[in-house]
Design a protein around this ligand. Sequence first.
Ligand SMILES: C[S@@+](CC[C@H](N)C(=O)[O-])C[C@H]1O[C@@H](n2cnc3c(N)ncnc32)[C@H](O)[C@@H]1O
Length: 306
Amino acid sequence: MSSAEEVYDALAQEYYSDKHKTIRFFRGVQRGMLFSGIVKHAFGLNRKIGDIDILNLGSGPGQNRSDLCIYLQCLVQDRISDHRLHEVDISDAMLRKAWALLPDQTFYQRIEHTDRYPVLVKCDIAELDKYFKPGSYDMILALLCDHVQEQDKMYELAYSTLRPSGAFIVTYPHRELMTIIRREMLNTDIHHTVFEVDDKRHVLWSQPMAGSDLEQLFSGSGFDSWDCRDVCLQDGFYYQDEKVSPTVQKAFELSGRPVDKIPILAYGFGMKAPVKDITMTEELEKKLYSLMLWQKTSLLSLIDSC
Ligand SMILES: C[S@@+](CC[C@H](N)C(=O)[O-])C[C@H]1O[C@@H](n2cnc3c(N)ncnc32)[C@H](O)[C@@H]1O
Protein backbone atom coordinates (compact mmCIF):
# COMPACT_ATOMS: atom_id res chain seq x y z
CA MET A 1 0.00 0.00 0.00
CA SER A 2 1.27 3.50 -0.79
CA SER A 3 1.46 6.39 1.67
CA ALA A 4 -0.73 9.47 1.21
CA GLU A 5 2.40 11.60 0.82
CA GLU A 6 3.76 9.43 -1.98
CA VAL A 7 0.45 9.24 -3.85
CA TYR A 8 -0.43 12.93 -3.61
CA ASP A 9 3.09 14.01 -4.52
CA ALA A 10 2.66 11.96 -7.69
CA LEU A 11 -0.89 13.17 -8.24
CA ALA A 12 -0.37 16.90 -7.67
CA GLN A 13 0.21 17.84 -11.30
CA GLU A 14 -2.94 16.21 -12.58
CA TYR A 15 -5.23 16.69 -9.60
CA TYR A 16 -8.60 18.11 -10.78
CA SER A 17 -7.57 17.26 -14.37
CA ASP A 18 -9.71 15.40 -16.87
CA LYS A 19 -8.09 12.19 -15.73
CA HIS A 20 -9.58 12.55 -12.26
CA LYS A 21 -13.10 13.72 -13.00
CA THR A 22 -14.49 12.16 -9.84
CA ILE A 23 -12.31 14.38 -7.65
CA ARG A 24 -13.50 17.40 -9.64
CA PHE A 25 -17.07 16.23 -9.29
CA PHE A 26 -16.73 15.99 -5.47
CA ARG A 27 -15.30 19.47 -5.44
CA GLY A 28 -18.39 20.75 -7.24
CA VAL A 29 -20.82 18.94 -4.96
CA GLN A 30 -19.21 20.07 -1.71
CA ARG A 31 -18.85 23.75 -2.55
CA GLY A 32 -22.35 25.04 -1.89
CA MET A 33 -22.53 23.51 1.57
CA LEU A 34 -19.09 24.70 2.46
CA PHE A 35 -19.79 28.31 1.57
CA SER A 36 -23.18 28.49 3.19
CA GLY A 37 -21.65 26.88 6.32
CA ILE A 38 -18.96 29.55 6.47
CA VAL A 39 -21.36 32.42 5.83
CA LYS A 40 -23.87 31.21 8.42
CA HIS A 41 -21.20 30.69 11.05
CA ALA A 42 -19.63 34.10 10.42
CA PHE A 43 -23.10 35.58 10.69
CA GLY A 44 -23.74 33.72 13.96
CA LEU A 45 -20.48 35.04 15.37
CA ASN A 46 -21.40 38.50 14.15
CA ARG A 47 -18.08 38.74 12.38
CA LYS A 48 -17.00 39.83 8.95
CA ILE A 49 -15.72 36.95 6.86
CA GLY A 50 -12.51 38.88 6.31
CA ASP A 51 -11.84 38.80 10.09
CA ILE A 52 -12.17 35.05 10.46
CA ASP A 53 -9.15 32.77 10.89
CA ILE A 54 -9.53 29.57 8.90
CA LEU A 55 -7.35 26.45 8.81
CA ASN A 56 -7.82 24.15 5.82
CA LEU A 57 -6.58 20.61 6.51
CA GLY A 58 -5.46 18.41 3.61
CA SER A 59 -5.78 21.46 1.40
CA GLY A 60 -4.55 19.85 -1.81
CA PRO A 61 -3.34 22.10 -4.63
CA GLY A 62 -4.90 25.33 -3.40
CA GLN A 63 -8.18 25.59 -5.31
CA ASN A 64 -10.21 25.71 -2.09
CA ARG A 65 -8.61 29.10 -1.48
CA SER A 66 -9.56 30.55 -4.84
CA ASP A 67 -13.04 28.97 -4.71
CA LEU A 68 -13.67 30.50 -1.31
CA CYS A 69 -12.41 33.91 -2.31
CA ILE A 70 -14.37 34.09 -5.57
CA TYR A 71 -17.64 32.79 -4.17
CA LEU A 72 -17.71 34.72 -0.95
CA GLN A 73 -16.76 37.92 -2.71
CA CYS A 74 -19.70 37.43 -5.07
CA LEU A 75 -22.10 36.36 -2.35
CA VAL A 76 -21.47 38.72 0.50
CA GLN A 77 -19.06 41.24 -0.99
CA ASP A 78 -16.65 40.18 1.71
CA ARG A 79 -13.61 38.06 1.11
CA ILE A 80 -11.51 35.76 3.19
CA SER A 81 -8.27 37.53 4.09
CA ASP A 82 -5.44 35.72 2.38
CA HIS A 83 -3.21 35.95 5.43
CA ARG A 84 -5.97 34.48 7.64
CA LEU A 85 -6.53 31.33 5.57
CA HIS A 86 -3.84 28.80 6.46
CA GLU A 87 -3.43 25.46 4.75
CA VAL A 88 -1.95 22.17 5.83
CA ASP A 89 -0.99 19.26 3.63
CA ILE A 90 1.33 16.26 3.91
CA SER A 91 2.35 16.52 0.27
CA ASP A 92 5.08 18.93 -0.65
CA ALA A 93 4.06 18.84 -4.34
CA MET A 94 0.49 19.83 -3.43
CA LEU A 95 1.72 22.73 -1.33
CA ARG A 96 3.99 23.91 -4.13
CA LYS A 97 0.97 24.04 -6.45
CA ALA A 98 -0.97 25.90 -3.78
CA TRP A 99 1.96 28.26 -3.41
CA ALA A 100 1.78 29.15 -7.09
CA LEU A 101 -1.88 30.17 -6.64
CA LEU A 102 -1.26 32.56 -3.77
CA PRO A 103 -2.17 36.07 -4.82
CA ASP A 104 0.94 37.79 -3.48
CA GLN A 105 3.69 35.32 -2.89
CA THR A 106 6.21 37.80 -1.56
CA PHE A 107 3.95 38.40 1.42
CA TYR A 108 4.15 34.87 2.72
CA GLN A 109 6.73 32.59 4.17
CA ARG A 110 7.03 29.39 2.33
CA ILE A 111 6.15 25.87 3.51
CA GLU A 112 8.06 26.06 6.73
CA HIS A 113 7.14 26.67 10.30
CA THR A 114 8.25 29.60 12.40
CA ASP A 115 6.75 31.43 15.36
CA ARG A 116 4.56 33.42 13.03
CA TYR A 117 2.29 30.97 11.27
CA PRO A 118 3.08 30.69 7.61
CA VAL A 119 0.15 30.41 5.25
CA LEU A 120 1.10 26.95 4.01
CA VAL A 121 2.35 24.28 6.38
CA LYS A 122 3.66 20.86 5.50
CA CYS A 123 2.56 18.56 8.28
CA ASP A 124 0.61 15.43 9.06
CA ILE A 125 -2.88 16.22 10.35
CA ALA A 126 -2.25 13.69 13.12
CA GLU A 127 0.51 16.03 14.41
CA LEU A 128 -1.41 19.27 14.22
CA ASP A 129 -0.69 20.13 17.85
CA LYS A 130 3.04 20.26 17.13
CA TYR A 131 2.49 23.12 14.70
CA PHE A 132 -0.57 25.05 15.84
CA LYS A 133 -1.41 26.53 19.20
CA PRO A 134 -4.65 25.49 20.92
CA GLY A 135 -7.55 27.85 20.42
CA SER A 136 -6.18 29.68 17.40
CA TYR A 137 -8.81 29.35 14.62
CA ASP A 138 -12.47 30.26 14.16
CA MET A 139 -13.06 27.60 11.56
CA ILE A 140 -11.28 24.43 10.50
CA LEU A 141 -12.06 22.62 7.26
CA ALA A 142 -11.22 19.02 6.39
CA LEU A 143 -12.58 18.41 2.91
CA LEU A 144 -12.13 14.88 1.60
CA CYS A 145 -9.63 14.03 4.34
CA ASP A 146 -10.61 10.38 4.27
CA HIS A 147 -7.00 9.22 3.98
CA VAL A 148 -6.26 10.11 7.59
CA GLN A 149 -6.29 6.79 9.41
CA GLU A 150 -6.69 8.25 12.89
CA GLN A 151 -10.00 10.00 12.31
CA ASP A 152 -10.74 10.30 16.08
CA LYS A 153 -7.46 12.10 16.52
CA MET A 154 -8.22 14.50 13.66
CA TYR A 155 -11.48 15.54 15.39
CA GLU A 156 -9.82 15.86 18.79
CA LEU A 157 -7.03 18.00 17.35
CA ALA A 158 -9.48 20.13 15.40
CA TYR A 159 -11.47 20.63 18.60
CA SER A 160 -8.46 21.80 20.59
CA THR A 161 -7.13 24.01 17.77
CA LEU A 162 -10.47 25.85 17.48
CA ARG A 163 -11.41 28.92 19.49
CA PRO A 164 -14.34 28.36 21.88
CA SER A 165 -16.83 29.61 19.30
CA GLY A 166 -15.20 27.65 16.48
CA ALA A 167 -16.70 25.32 13.88
CA PHE A 168 -15.29 22.26 12.13
CA ILE A 169 -16.56 21.52 8.62
CA VAL A 170 -15.90 18.12 7.05
CA THR A 171 -16.77 16.26 3.87
CA TYR A 172 -16.10 12.64 2.89
CA PRO A 173 -16.82 10.44 -0.08
CA HIS A 174 -19.95 8.60 0.99
CA ARG A 175 -19.72 5.05 2.28
CA GLU A 176 -22.56 3.78 0.07
CA LEU A 177 -21.24 5.22 -3.17
CA MET A 178 -17.71 4.11 -2.36
CA THR A 179 -18.84 0.59 -1.55
CA ILE A 180 -20.15 0.25 -5.09
CA ILE A 181 -17.17 1.93 -6.73
CA ARG A 182 -14.51 0.08 -4.77
CA ARG A 183 -15.99 -3.39 -4.58
CA GLU A 184 -17.50 -3.52 -8.05
CA MET A 185 -15.28 -1.24 -10.11
CA LEU A 186 -11.86 -0.90 -8.47
CA ASN A 187 -11.76 -4.42 -7.11
CA THR A 188 -10.62 -3.29 -3.66
CA ASP A 189 -12.34 -3.34 -0.29
CA ILE A 190 -14.22 -0.40 1.17
CA HIS A 191 -11.10 0.98 2.94
CA HIS A 192 -8.79 1.07 -0.05
CA THR A 193 -8.88 3.16 -3.16
CA VAL A 194 -6.76 3.15 -6.29
CA PHE A 195 -5.02 5.96 -8.13
CA GLU A 196 -3.19 5.41 -11.37
CA VAL A 197 -0.42 7.90 -11.98
CA ASP A 198 2.19 7.54 -14.75
CA ASP A 199 1.08 3.97 -15.36
CA LYS A 200 1.73 3.08 -11.74
CA ARG A 201 -1.14 1.75 -9.65
CA HIS A 202 -1.21 3.12 -6.09
CA VAL A 203 -3.46 1.61 -3.46
CA LEU A 204 -4.24 4.02 -0.67
CA TRP A 205 -6.10 3.82 2.63
CA SER A 206 -9.39 5.71 2.73
CA GLN A 207 -12.22 5.91 5.24
CA PRO A 208 -15.50 6.76 3.51
CA MET A 209 -18.26 7.87 5.86
CA ALA A 210 -21.99 8.30 6.27
CA GLY A 211 -23.57 11.21 8.15
CA SER A 212 -24.26 8.94 11.15
CA ASP A 213 -20.52 8.12 11.45
CA LEU A 214 -19.76 11.83 11.63
CA GLU A 215 -22.23 12.36 14.46
CA GLN A 216 -20.27 9.86 16.51
CA LEU A 217 -16.95 11.50 15.71
CA PHE A 218 -18.22 14.96 16.67
CA SER A 219 -19.85 13.79 19.88
CA GLY A 220 -16.87 11.60 20.85
CA SER A 221 -14.43 14.49 20.59
CA GLY A 222 -16.36 16.98 22.70
CA PHE A 223 -18.22 19.12 20.16
CA ASP A 224 -21.33 20.75 21.54
CA SER A 225 -23.58 20.40 18.51
CA TRP A 226 -23.44 19.21 14.94
CA ASP A 227 -25.37 19.03 11.71
CA CYS A 228 -24.42 15.91 9.73
CA ARG A 229 -25.95 14.89 6.43
CA ASP A 230 -25.85 12.40 3.64
CA VAL A 231 -25.70 14.50 0.53
CA CYS A 232 -27.49 13.26 -2.56
CA LEU A 233 -27.24 15.09 -5.85
CA GLN A 234 -30.54 16.86 -5.43
CA ASP A 235 -29.25 18.40 -2.19
CA GLY A 236 -25.93 19.27 -3.65
CA PHE A 237 -27.06 22.28 -5.66
CA TYR A 238 -25.40 20.68 -8.64
CA TYR A 239 -26.76 18.20 -11.04
CA GLN A 240 -26.45 17.81 -14.76
CA ASP A 241 -26.33 14.27 -16.09
CA GLU A 242 -23.52 14.84 -18.50
CA LYS A 243 -21.31 16.43 -15.84
CA VAL A 244 -21.46 13.56 -13.37
CA SER A 245 -18.09 11.87 -13.57
CA PRO A 246 -18.10 8.64 -15.62
CA THR A 247 -17.10 6.63 -12.53
CA VAL A 248 -20.01 7.95 -10.49
CA GLN A 249 -22.37 7.54 -13.44
CA LYS A 250 -21.33 3.91 -13.72
CA ALA A 251 -21.86 3.43 -9.98
CA PHE A 252 -25.39 4.82 -10.34
CA GLU A 253 -26.07 2.32 -13.11
CA LEU A 254 -24.65 -0.60 -11.12
CA SER A 255 -26.72 0.29 -8.07
CA GLY A 256 -29.94 0.24 -10.07
CA ARG A 257 -31.31 2.99 -7.84
CA PRO A 258 -32.50 6.47 -8.80
CA VAL A 259 -29.60 8.93 -8.76
CA ASP A 260 -31.19 11.16 -6.14
CA LYS A 261 -31.32 8.23 -3.70
CA ILE A 262 -27.61 7.45 -3.63
CA PRO A 263 -25.62 9.57 -1.23
CA ILE A 264 -22.49 11.07 -2.79
CA LEU A 265 -20.87 12.80 0.15
CA ALA A 266 -21.13 12.86 3.93
CA TYR A 267 -21.12 16.43 5.25
CA GLY A 268 -20.65 17.55 8.82
CA PHE A 269 -20.68 20.91 10.56
CA GLY A 270 -19.73 20.75 14.24
CA MET A 271 -19.67 23.60 16.74
CA LYS A 272 -17.29 23.57 19.67
CA ALA A 273 -19.52 25.57 22.00
CA PRO A 274 -22.99 27.01 21.64
CA VAL A 275 -22.92 30.17 19.59
CA LYS A 276 -25.84 32.54 19.76
CA ASP A 277 -28.67 31.38 17.54
CA ILE A 278 -28.16 32.33 13.97
CA THR A 279 -31.07 34.54 13.12
CA MET A 280 -32.01 33.81 9.57
CA THR A 281 -32.83 37.29 8.44
CA GLU A 282 -34.55 37.74 5.16
CA GLU A 283 -31.37 39.31 3.88
CA LEU A 284 -29.21 36.30 4.77
CA GLU A 285 -31.74 33.90 3.40
CA LYS A 286 -31.78 35.76 0.10
CA LYS A 287 -28.00 35.71 -0.04
CA LEU A 288 -27.77 32.00 0.64
CA TYR A 289 -30.45 31.34 -1.92
CA SER A 290 -28.61 33.40 -4.50
CA LEU A 291 -25.49 31.37 -3.68
CA MET A 292 -27.36 28.21 -4.57
CA LEU A 293 -28.65 29.67 -7.81
CA TRP A 294 -25.27 31.06 -8.66
CA GLN A 295 -23.74 27.72 -7.84
CA LYS A 296 -26.12 25.97 -10.21
CA THR A 297 -25.64 28.25 -13.16
CA SER A 298 -21.94 29.00 -12.92
CA LEU A 299 -20.49 25.82 -11.54
CA LEU A 300 -20.11 24.00 -14.78
CA SER A 301 -18.06 26.73 -16.39
CA LEU A 302 -15.96 27.13 -13.23
CA ILE A 303 -15.30 23.42 -13.12
CA ASP A 304 -14.37 23.39 -16.77
CA SER A 305 -11.95 26.24 -16.31
CA CYS A 306 -10.17 24.95 -13.22
C1 LIG B 1 -8.58 13.94 -1.57
S1 LIG B 1 -7.45 15.25 -1.34
C2 LIG B 1 -8.53 16.61 -0.89
C3 LIG B 1 -7.98 17.98 -1.30
C4 LIG B 1 -8.92 19.15 -1.06
N1 LIG B 1 -9.23 19.30 0.35
C5 LIG B 1 -10.22 19.02 -1.87
O1 LIG B 1 -11.30 19.20 -1.27
O2 LIG B 1 -10.16 18.76 -3.07
C6 LIG B 1 -6.67 14.85 0.15
C7 LIG B 1 -5.50 15.78 0.52
O3 LIG B 1 -5.13 15.50 1.87
C8 LIG B 1 -3.72 15.36 1.95
N2 LIG B 1 -3.46 14.44 3.06
C9 LIG B 1 -3.71 13.10 3.11
N3 LIG B 1 -3.37 12.61 4.31
C10 LIG B 1 -2.90 13.65 5.04
C11 LIG B 1 -2.39 13.79 6.36
N4 LIG B 1 -2.29 12.73 7.17
N5 LIG B 1 -1.98 15.00 6.78
C12 LIG B 1 -2.07 16.09 5.95
N6 LIG B 1 -2.54 16.02 4.70
C13 LIG B 1 -2.95 14.82 4.25
C14 LIG B 1 -3.29 14.84 0.59
O4 LIG B 1 -1.94 15.14 0.31
C15 LIG B 1 -4.27 15.56 -0.34
O5 LIG B 1 -3.77 16.79 -0.79
